[in-house]
Design a protein around this ligand. Structure first.
Ligand code: NAD
Ligand code: UD1
Length: 345
């Protein structure tokens, strides 16, 4: 029997795109998600794109017994890509314990189950938030991990350390953390994409909802930063490109090419764009005007961060390929398809 890849959080935004790329690369996938922040209909989107509806289990990773029951008796899984987590930075500041509970216990239970059931490989979703406001740009993996600016960011740091120390303790686990910069966009088919609940916190869903008329105007948080137009700079990475990095990373572990046991890589484009540049690029790519207004800075925002991707390029052989414009267009096409689908339901 071929070995399967377990994808936790696989019905979520990045997880679902990664499931598609894993299937495209001829891997068998099992999804585990508690559907806290995603819907079961995502499985239909994956099936429409790939022709395969992956095996799915609705399980909360914090439920140690159910997780154990899931792994017991199945020897067909040898690798895990671990996306499942809460991810709203602002909410984590208001409800820190909820974030520590979910984001730490889930990984703890998972690592524990992996060791007991002989599963070796784990790719973990980390974030460039671990670098805080970097001293040097572009930021590479040698840059220090900074004091966390939110409980969410802290859970990413602790998760990375949990995996590293588990590997270093000599357990038969190999791990790679991928530090994502700002994932945006959707699958070009517009069958899957980002579907945030309520008012979006992130820039791109706010832009597409404003273009669609759901939000009246986009608030641009500050134009007095030390950047060419005064708005903050980020490295916006296409979600399909990002997903392909997971395929490469898990294959590196399966093929035992990571000699170090535990590694971490920046996953970005290497290019920084200001908020106003993103708005202009969106307008160019889609022909939609974005009503926007400059307002005060958002507390906790860093001024500029973009990736040095040399390690991912050279070690993983991975590189971001899509342009900002095609990525923004994919986000817009997804927003329209998603709204139409919702109306028809
Ligand atoms: P998402 O919310 O769309 O997906 C996460 C999925 O995990 C959801 O389907 C949710 O239902 C599930 N989940 C949460 N807690 C669970 C639990 N205890 N048990 C089982 N399932 C659980 O988020 P996303 O944007 O796809 O992010 C995926 C991962 O990438 C997260 O770890 C996130 O922190 C990380 N990340 C995301 C971004 C980003 O901008 N989206 C940036 C950096 C890192
Ligand atoms: C945030 C988190 C990061 C997390 C990521 C994904 C912080 C400091 N960082 O990144 O840890 O991994 O979300 O959840 O919170 N913007 C506006 N108007 C808006 C929304 C955003 O101007 O309505 C601006 C922000 O000021 C920022 C840029 O757009 O300059 C991107 O913001 P966002 O999409 O929220 O991502 P980050 O803040 O970079």
């Amino acid at each position: 029997m071929g070995k399967k890849i377990l994808v936790t959080g696989g019905t979520g935004y990045i997880g679902s795109h990664t499931v598609v790329e894993l299937i495209n690369a001829h891997h068998e996938v099992v999804i585990l998600d508690n559907l806290y922040n995603s819907g079961i209909s995502v499985l239909d989107g994956i099936r429409d794109i790939t022709g395969v509806k992956p095996e799915f289990h609705q399980i909360d990773l914090c439920d140690k017994e159910r997780l154990d029951a899931f792994f017991a008796g199945r020897d067909d899984i040898d690798s895990v890509i671990h996306f499942a987590a809460y991810k709203a930075v602002g909410e984590s500041a208001e409800k820190p314990l909820m974030y520590y509970h979910n984001n730490l216990n889930s990984t703890l239970n998972l690592l524990d189950a992996m060791i007991r059931h002989g599963i070796s490989n784990i790719v973990f979703s980390s974030s460039c938030t671990v670098y805080g406001e970097p001293d040097k740009l572009p930021v590479d993996e040698q840059a220090p991990v900074k004091e966390p600016s939110s409980p969410y960011g802290n859970t990413k740091q602790v998760n990375e350390q949990m995996i590293r120390f588990t590997v270093e303790a000599g357990h038969p686990i190999r791990g790679i953390s991928l530090r994502y910069f700002n994932p945006i966009g959707a699958h070009p088919s517009a069958k899957i994409g980002e579907a945030p609940q309520g008012i979006p916190n992130n820039l791109l869903p706010y832009i597409t909802q404003t273009a669609f008329g759901i939000r009246e105007k986009l608030k641009v948080f500050g134009n007095d930063y030390d950047t060419p137009d005064g708005t903050p700079i980020r490295d916006y990475i296409n979600v399909v490109d990002l997903s392909k990095a997971h395929v490469v990373a898990i294959e590196r572990l399966i093929d035992q090419k990571n000699k170090k046991g535990y590694e971490f890589f920046n996953i970005g484009t290497g290019r920084g764009h200001t908020v106003l540049e993103v708005i202009q690029a969106f307008e160019r790519a889609t022909g939609q005007k974005i009503n926007h207004q400059i307002v005060a800075r958002r507390p906790g925002d860093v001024e500029k961060v973009y990736a040095d991707t040399t390690a991912a390029n050279q070690e993983l052989g991975w590189k971001a390929e899509k342009t900002l414009e095609e990525t923004l267009l994919s986000a817009w096409n997804w927003e329209k398809a998603y709204r139409q689908n919702k109306n028809e339901q």
